[in-house]
Every structure is written in C-alpha cells, then in structure tokens.
Design a protein around this ligand. Structure first.
Ligand code: P6P
Length: 334
C-alpha cells in the first residue's frame, strides 16, 4: 500500500513527539475538523440555500456572505473547544475572542484566521479558503495581553491555509518546510500529497488587479510593464493570472512560481490585505518554501502589528521576482 501519512502523524514526527507538539497538534486537529465541515458546506453551497449575502456589514466594511458567517462560527467554536487555545482573532469579528476559563495555564496558543478568504467568489464557484496563523502566548500571567495577540509573524509557531477547490487541500508549515495535504473524503483524512513544497526561484506568472493601474505608484507601473516584456528577470514575458481570491492566487503561484502584488493605491492607502490573517500566513509559508514577502519596505514577518485588522501593501512570490521588485522599490525610495 502507498505510504499514507496524515497531518496529525506528520506534525508529531516533525517535532519528535515533544509535549508542545501534543498541544499544537490538538489545535491543528480542531482546525482540520472545522475545515472539513466548511469544505462540506462550500461543496454543496448551491444546494442548501447558503449562497449569497447576509444583510450584515462586517468590521471591514464588507458585505458578509452567508458562508463567511458560517465558517467564522464553525472555526471559532471548534478552536474554543481546544484546551490549549486562549484567544482567536477573526476577520469577521472586530475584537479578539478570549477563551477564558480556570485552566488558562494550559491555554498557550493564539490563532488568527480569515475563516473564508475570497468568499465573494463562492457564488461563482471560484476557489476560496481559510488562512490561519498560530502564536504562542508570551505573557506569564493568567490573562491574554495585547502583546500576545499582536506578535510579528517571525514569532509564529505554525501557519497555513485550506483551499476549497477542485480538491480540499491544507498547506502548512510549523517551521520545518511547507507540506500539502489533500482531503480524502472517503477517509475524512488529510493525506500528505505535496511534501516539501518549494517556491520555484522565478516564475512565469504575475498576479495583480490591473483595473487599479491608474492608482498605482510609478514604480509599480514600471515593474508591471517590465514583467510583460522580455526585460523580465526570466528573459521572457510573464503571463497574467489573477482570480481575486488570495488563497487561490497564492496556491497556484507557490506551485508554479510567480509573484502576487496588492500595492497601496489611492483607493487603499495602506493596501487592502490584512497583516495578521492574510499577510503573515502566506509570508510565513513563502519564506519556508524559499520565496519572499514584503510590504514594499520590509519583510512582512518583521512587521510589528499595531492593530488586529491592520492593512498592508503586500508582495509575495518567487525569490528572483521579489528581489527584482525590491530593487526597483528601494531605488524609487532613495
Ligand atoms: P480586489 C478577497 O476579498 C480579498 O481579500 C483577497 O482574497 C483577494 O486577493 C483580494 O481581496 C481581491 O481584491 O480589490 O482585487 O477585488
């Protein structure tokens, strides 16, 4: 029989069965269970009247999709049931959800997540996903401090995403490389299908919403013009791929090579994407896979978050492509 490695066992083996790994494994198991439940609903959304929008506007000022709300409830509830989670930050909630009880000494992990990234695409059957990052509580007291849930990405102990697409895949890293697991619905297990994923050092793809071109800084205009020509670092013009779902755009570029750009512009002066649960998960994976991620000035993983829903300009991709963009951005700022 072909070797079957599930995510639970993979995490154990990666961390030599350490005690901390037992606790982390429990948190990841809750994330897996929640993602299986969300996957089931996403895959039959058109049949159960869960498509479309609610009458709510979330703390981002965005219309809440029915599946956004559903996914947020499932992930928050299941993470709160872990004896090791003390706080949950969600795109759908203005404040952090504190999981208080009298055994807070065991509650050592904070989880930030976007329960359903790209959800506006669900109604048209485009892949969506769940992005997450896990931090370890640093303060020693019984309560969760702001410094515990506003840590830079370089302090993360685990990060990843689930992409609900032609198959449901969970891609994660706990600091020892990037590994992809495909959900086998007949087993209800995430089985290792993409071990040791590496970002190709340069890519044939560039991803950006070109409808905003008139709002970009000149450097971004110059870079996008360059990648469309033989002046690209690869010596060949890149092809455009942009689906409007970060998790889907990132997953494709991670496997095939390329660069994703969401710059600041006149409409989004600080960028659109959120640092804690969009920037950091993908930046953590990108660096673990040999790629890079910046906000245009510094590595995303070095940014100290000031607010839960802080937005950043976001650039992530293959090393050679990111280094070329960084050179142009540094030159324009000097
Ligand atoms: P735009 C989805 O709403 C999202 O947060 C990301 O998943 C996606 O990359 C981005 O916004 C798309 O934004 O402005 O191009 O529609």
């Amino acid at each position: 029989m072909k070797q079957l490695i599930n995510l639970t066992n993979h995490l154990f083996v990666q961390h030599q069965h350490s005690d901390e790994c037992l606790a982390l494994n429990n948190v990841v198991s809750q994330l897996m269970l929640a993602s299986k439940i969300v996957s089931r609903e996403v895959n039959k959304a058109g049949l159960v009247g869960i498509l479309g929008q609610t009458d709510k506007i979330n703390c981002q000022g965005e219309r809440v999709q029915k599946l956004d709300q559903y996914a947020d409830n499932v992930f928050t509830k299941l993470l709160s049931q872990s004896p090791y989670v003390c706080a949950i930050g969600s795109e759908e909630r203005p404040e952090v959800t504190l999981v208080e009880n009298d055994q807070t000494k065991d509650r050592q992990f904070i989880v930030h997540l976007d329960p359903l990234d790209g959800s506006s695409n669900v109604d048209v059957n485009v892949s969506v996903g769940t992005n997450f990052v896990i931090f370890k509580k640093k303060s020693t007291g019984p309560t969760v401090e702001k410094s515990d849930y506003l840590q830079p990405g370089q302090e993360a102990v685990c990060a990843g995403y689930v992409v609900y697409g032609s198959s449901t895949m969970l891609v994660y890293s706990s600091g020892k490389g990037v590994h992809g697991f495909t959900l086998d619905p007949s087993l209800g297990e995430f089985i290792l299908s993409h071990p040791e994923i590496k970002f190709p050092t340069q890519g044939k793809i560039y991803s950006i919403n070109e409808s905003y071109e008139s709002k970009w800084k000149q450097t971004i205009k110059d870079y996008i013009k360059e990648v469309k020509s033989e002046d690209d670092v690869s010596g060949k013009a890149k092809t455009a791929r942009y689906i409007g779902s970060l998790v889907a755009d990132f997953h494709r570029n991670l496997l095939k090579g390329g660069i994703f750009l969401y710059p600041a512009d006149k409409k989004h002066p600080n960028g659109k994407l959120r640092l804690l649960y969009e920037g950091i998960p993908f930046a953590y994976l990108a660096e673990q896979a040999g790629g890079e991620a910046t906000n245009g000035q510094q590595a995303v993983l070095k940014i100290k978050p000031e607010k839960l829903h802080q937005r950043i300009p976001f650039f992530v991709g293959s090393k050679a492509d990111m280094q070329r963009l960084t050179t142009l951005l540094e030159r324009s700022s000097s």
